[in-house]
Write a protein that binds this ligand. Structure first.
Ligand code: C2E
Ligand code: CA
Ligand code: CA
Length: 257
């Protein structure tokens, strides 16, 4: 059954790329210093007519395997740019937009210029974007990967290391300073903080601060965790406690409140 589901998604994905059936949801991210949200993360959504919403973890993984991830990434970046361009007041309130990239996208030589080109096509400042990357088993810090990150830095795009503390993220990545921001993995925080989790977080925050990194914690659902993070010097909190990812319309409504 799982196999059939995957095959169906695979098939649908091709249609979705051809007909641009994806949607972008936005999740505001709360800034502790500003006591308000000042950034947001763009998250992709895809609805199948019979299967319903396909989780992004699933269709992104399949798109990566099928070599379609750059096509999906470009479609979504166009959508985000169009949205900002059509509602320029957003830029007064929101300092930057976090956009997810798969490491495999950056291994393609020249792809960084495609992404920068899309942003510039809309007359937007590339510095308004922050790209998030999750390290995975396939992440190669190849020459084209590092060149891409340099290209982004040159036009002011900041990089965020996503899901830090999960599977493959390594201290080497931090040491080499490729990322300006680090996002602690949601699974690491869990539902309540054990004493050991608190100790690890305190030490990791201390280390990241000394390296001048900005710290985001995601998946925060309880007040207790948020209070701990505030006290320990976390910069931004992303989680259902504050905001859930929402469709474009709901986000516009939120901005007008
Ligand atoms: P991510 O980049 O780690 O994104 C954060 C995920 O955590 C989102 O899941 C978000 O809905 C969820 N989340 C946020 N706050 C909470 C919370 O308080 N509790 C819980 N339980 N979850 C929370 P989502 O939207 O299902 O996305 C899953 C993953 O799919 C993303 O994880 C990202 O790795 C990937 N993804 C989504 N859109 C894109 C895209 O356009 N491109 C690429 N390459 N990957 C994407
Ligand atoms: Ca992310
Ligand atoms: Ca994450």
């Amino acid at each position: 059954e799982g196999f059939r589901y995957e095959q169906e998604v695979e098939h649908f994905l091709q249609k979705a790329v051809k007909e641009d059936l994806f949607e972008v949801y936005y999740q505001p991210v709360y800034s502790i210093k500003n006591k308000d949200f000042i950034t947001l993360e763009a998250l992709s959504r895809l609805k199948h007519p019979a299967l319903g919403m396909i989780p992004p973890d699933v269709f992104i993984g399949i798109a990566e395997k099928q070599g379609m991830i750059s096509a999906v990434g470009c479609l979504q970046l166009h959508k985000v740019c169009r949205f900002i361009k059509e509602h320029e007041y957003i830029m007064k309130k929101i300092r930057n937009v976090k956009f997810n990239l798969s490491p495999s996208e950056l291994m393609k030589p020249g792809y960084s210029h495609v992404l920068i080109g899309i942003i510039q096509e809309y007359g937007l400042d590339p510095g308004y974007f922050q790209f998030e990357i999750t390290e995975n088993v396939a992440t190669e810090y190849s020459e084209s990967f590092c060149t891409a990150i340099d290209d982004f830095a040159e036009v002011g795009i900041h990089m965020c290391l996503d899901d830090f503390g999960s599977g493959y993220s390594s201290l080497n990545t931090l040491k080499d300073l490729l990322f300006n921001e680090v996002k602690i993995d949601r699974k690491f925080l869990g539902d309540s903080l054990t004493e050991n989790t608190q100790i690890v977080l305190q030490e990791v925050f201390h280390m990241l601060k000394r390296m001048g990194k900005s710290i985001v914690c995601e998946g925060v659902e309880t007040k207790e965790i948020a209070e701990f993070l505030k006290a320990e010097g976390c910069d931004e909190i992303q989680g259902f406690l504050y905001y859930r990812p929402m469709c474009q319309k709901d986000f516009e409504t939120l901005l007008h409140i």
